[in-house]
Unconditional design. Structure first.
Ligand code: HEC
Ligand code: HEC
Length: 221
């Protein structure tokens, strides 16, 4: 009996200790916890995304870019069809999150190391670099992105996703909304690509880039 009450007292005091450390954490959930709860099922624990889940790599993207996509997704600037079930799932989840939550999550995602993606890459032909020259002023010679211009990293992004987005910009699904200042810039560039074949060539060129270092996206060249 004495043993039992000692046990109870010990249990109660350890709950009190746990409460003291856990409760402040609940009041302001950490970016890591919020990510785990709301994002990792689709973008994976390391943020690398997965073709089977139709999700892009988001690890190490610029915080500002992530927050802009959150804003675009929740205000309907970046739209998805009924068929895009995974993206629709994200719209629902993001609509439930507060701006504070997204600040925490985006800081956590932006700090993730960029993950090397396994994907099929073809050889690069002589003229292919010329096509990418139209992109490098904003996205950087190595696809590292340029935070000052709002141009995201393209290197170490799934090539099926890059192609998808380029086709969306070309047909106006993305980059048509009058408030989508960044998307409109990008749409002009995508429309200027001469053919869908050239889109494939450019995407293959980008797929050959090495994952860039985290601090290389400050200035594009
Ligand atoms: C149900 C699956 C799902 C969940 C959950 C989800 N996403 Fe996504 N996310 C997607 C898909 C699919 C896309 C690609 C949409 C497209 O094809 O344009 C995407 C795209 C994005 C993009 C745009 C990437 C880019 O390069 O433009 C960001 C940023 C993003 N997600 C962040 C998040 C964050 C942060 C969370 C958690 C709050 C989250 N997602 C939760 C499926 C999901
Ligand atoms: C004038 C600057 C500029 C140029 C040049 C440019 N882009 Fe972009 N690009 C952007 C910006 C800004 C965004 C982000 C749009 C947004 O915030 O939704 C973007 C987004 C993208 C995306 C979507 C990435 C993602 O993660 O969802 C792809 C793919 C892309 N660009 C490819 C290209 C390619 C290929 C070229 C060359 C043919 C090119 N861009 C030229 C500025 C540019």
């Amino acid at each position: 009996m004495n043993n039992k009450s000692n046990y109870l007292r010990a249990a109660v005091s350890s709950i009190a200790v746990a409460g003291a450390t856990i409760l402040p954490g609940l009041a302001a959930a950490s970016g890591a916890d919020l990510y785990e709860e709301n994002c990792s099922a689709c973008h994976l624990e390391n943020g690398a995304g997965d073709v089977d889940l139709m999700s892009p790599s988001i690890a190490g993207l610029d915080q500002e870019y992530i927050l802009r996509q959150y804003s675009n997704v929740t205000t309907g600037i970046r739209v998805f069809t009924e068929d895009e079930a995974m993206a629709q799932g994200m719209v629902e989840i993001m609509a439930e999150l507060s701006a504070d939550d997204m600040n925490e999550i985006s800081a956590y995602v932006a700090a993730m190391p960029i993950v090397a993606i396994e994907q099929e890459v073809g050889p690069i032909g002589f003229p292919d670099r010329g096509l990418y020259n139209n992109c490098s002023s904003c996205h950087g010679a190595k696809g590292q992105g340029a935070s000052g211009l709002g141009a995201p990293r393209l290197a170490a992004q799934h090539s099926w996703y890059l192609k998808d987005q380029l086709m969306k910009f070309r047909d106006g699904t993305r980059g048509s909304h009058p408030d989508d200042t960044h998307g409109i810039q990008m749409r002009d560039m995508a429309v200027a690509i001469a053919s869908d074949e050239d889109v494939d060539t450019i995407v293959n060129y980008i797929a050959n880039f090495e994952p860039p270092s985290k601090d290389s996206n400050a200035n594009a060249h």
